[in-house]
Design a protein around this ligand. Sequence first.
Ligand code: NFE
Ligand code: MG
Length: 517
Amino acid sequence: MARIVIDPVGRVEGHLKIDVTVDNGEVKDARVSGPMFRGFEQILIGRHPMDAQRLTTRVCGVCPAVHSVCSSLALDGAIGVADQIPDNGRIIRNLLLGANFLQSHILHFYALAALDYVDPAAAADYAGDDPGLQQLAAFLQRGEWAPFVPRYEGDLRLDKETNATAASHYLRALDMRRLTHEMVATFGGKMPHEVGCVPGGTCEVPTTDKIASFLGRLQDVQRFVDECYVPDILAVAKAYPDYFEIGKGCGKYLAYGLFDMDTTETDLMKRPRYLPSGALNGQLEAVDAQAITEDLKYSHFSDEDSHLRPSEGRTQPQADKPEAYSWAKAPRLNGEPYEVGPLARWLVAYHAGDEKVKPVIDSLLAALDAEPVALQSTLGRHAARALETKLVADAMAQWVLELEPGAPVCADYELPETGSGTGMVDGPRGALLHHIDIEDSVISRYQLVVPTTWNVSPRDDQDKPGPIEQALVGTSVRDEQNPFEVVRIARSFDPCLACAVHIIDARDKELGRYRIL
Ligand code: NFE
Ligand code: MG
């Protein structure tokens, strides 16, 4: 019996801790935890309602746009203007969210996950005329191996040429990050933490120069997705077919959908969205927002608030709770854990017969000679993320041309003294919910139920493990010193702990020392 602790799991954006027990080369038990507290839900109480969007976008630097949009959706409802968002405002929100999606998905594959599959050493003796590879070879020849090492050794399978090409794409991906940030800043003022999205629509107006500037950058990103990201994912898929068989998870998938196509419907789970909402548990069902609760038995929060809906929820930290092992709560739908993220969105859309998603999945499965069940896996998540990047980028090229310079961007309103609203929308990592209560003109309750919180959830009040915990149990680990399988499975969920715990210990003390592999 051996214990493997990986802390942190993330390469750049970290803090997730995984603790697995391995017996006879197989994971018998897994505990996934968020080892920090930040406190955004408390920070908001007593503040002006218009602070909600400005503060919650700072929950995370990777996915700030979705917090901004979700907070604005919650306030649209609380103010009573959800059905009055002008088309320009709706489209700009979609473009802000879409550009942030492209940034987040490309960052995840290249900076956070690709080095589990790609060996940049292949580029060290490159002598051709690709400028990216020349630059990379020069770094490697000078002994500058960061950030490619340290890493786990022993199972890197791509051939030399594919490795070198993918490594050069790692460098191009950094340029894509700049371009996509500039796209958000074009309609959001700045990035991260854009300020263009506000309750009622946006405060940024479209102009022809902004449209042209956004579209020009988007076309560069589309080229990268077509020429690099999708082919690299297919190359990894072909070399690591066994990763379509492991890391399944809880087998239940939840999506709130995203990219509003029309805002006349105020029930967000019935609103027409480019990617649809749904809960897949054997069969596809509508999402019942009232069935969402958060359990606290194994979380560092007071048990008296366990199993409450977000509209009744409270966040009372309790660092010394004996049974607790995570600062993440345990979100449940009808008492069950659900996986969220690109795979969940694509499986929900596939089962809903979505005309955009179904043929793409069918041709991927044909190319890989695989059955649909293969998608419920480690590489299924990466494939869904890459294909979604292409779908979103191509759709955005149409949406940006639908903007009308001179037409309104925001509804007129006065803030109510009392009100409540719930925003529900998918971010890059999955289903996000913000709930706001306003009393005496200030925020009296603010609860966030965040994508990574669903995926890294600890056990619930019924002792049922969360999705990543379930994905790890039963996995064979060939080499306990190099637990490739464990990190590959966990990273395929693209966990983001800053979001998940949305909480900071600001006291001047060392919390731990970490070695990042
Ligand atoms: Ni910090 Fe986030 C996304 C949100 S994840 S990245 O996507 O919301 O929980
Ligand atoms: Mg929360």
